[in-house]
Design a protein around this ligand. Sequence first.
Ligand SMILES: Nc1ncnc2c1ncn2[C@@H]1O[C@H](COP(=O)(O)OS(=O)(=O)O)[C@@H](OP(=O)(O)O)[C@H]1O
Length: 294
Amino acid sequence: QRAPVENGALLETLKSQVGLFSNKSEHYSAQVRPPGTSRQIPQTIIIGVRKGGTRALLEMLDIHPNIVVAATEVHFFDWDENYVKGIDWYRSLMPFSYGNQITIEKTPGYFTSPQAPERIHDMNSSIKLLLILRDPTERVISDYTQVYYNRVESHKPVQLFEDIVIKNGALNTKYKAIQRSLYDVHMEKWLKHFSLDQIHIVDGNTLIKDPLPELQKVERFLNLPSRIMSSNFYFNQTKGFYCIRSDGRERCLHESKGRPHPLVNTTVLEQLYSYFREHNAKFYQMVNHSFDWH
Ligand SMILES: Nc1ncnc2c1ncn2[C@@H]1O[C@H](COP(=O)(O)OS(=O)(=O)O)[C@@H](OP(=O)(O)O)[C@H]1O
């Protein structure tokens, strides 16, 4: 009979010898450091936007052998109570990586946070940022839908979309979900600290319809070899979205991603489209790129 292994380091060596760490995702679930790896501060951050498709982008980039991703949203730069814990705390939440791998975290709240741009710049002024955006009106509805489901689950009262968005016959521009969709207002703050070529914008509407070309653009932006393939995706009819095939596994995003949206009154939709139009035009000018938003 073999003696039980008590020594952590020995266990680590044995596991690596029998190839238990051959799969990327196993690295993270096992809280042991695979030999030759360390935790790194992210070289790239997905800064938002909330409901833009940040989880899909992160999970799809995780297919790449030169990318490792943080499992949860870290909220280091946007929550003061985390920021005061310091950079070592931030690093401790990152997965183990090899020298040829880039670490990425995503926290959608960074994009609209007043403090995040300066704090990220203080950490690494030459960092590469990823920003995924979708039609601002669709984003507002998605934001509402998420809050709606959260409230239903916690047995809180809910309101119709139209009753929140319209107050005294006019558009309620103070509604937080509307504020978050003012991409020009938020982008202006990022461009005070970063040059435009440090921020790559992913088209969230395109990522839903045809993910590969958007991911290939990200590979180029990050100077990574092209490794994500069309065979890494399959369309799941039931979910109505693309799902991921990688490391011999197939997986779709959590059921909270890609939920049906409420049917919104067309007059209210038009009010939202027209409110965002001017902001969108300003944003296109800022980033030298147009999107086919309403
Ligand atoms: N492949 C795939 N599968 C499922 N969902 C997908 C996918 N690609 C993009 N999306 C869109 O991602 C939207 C959620 O965005 P986020 O992950 O940024 O949301 S969050 O801010 O982290 O809560 C989510 O918004 P909703 O449709 O409103 O649920 C999706 O439209």
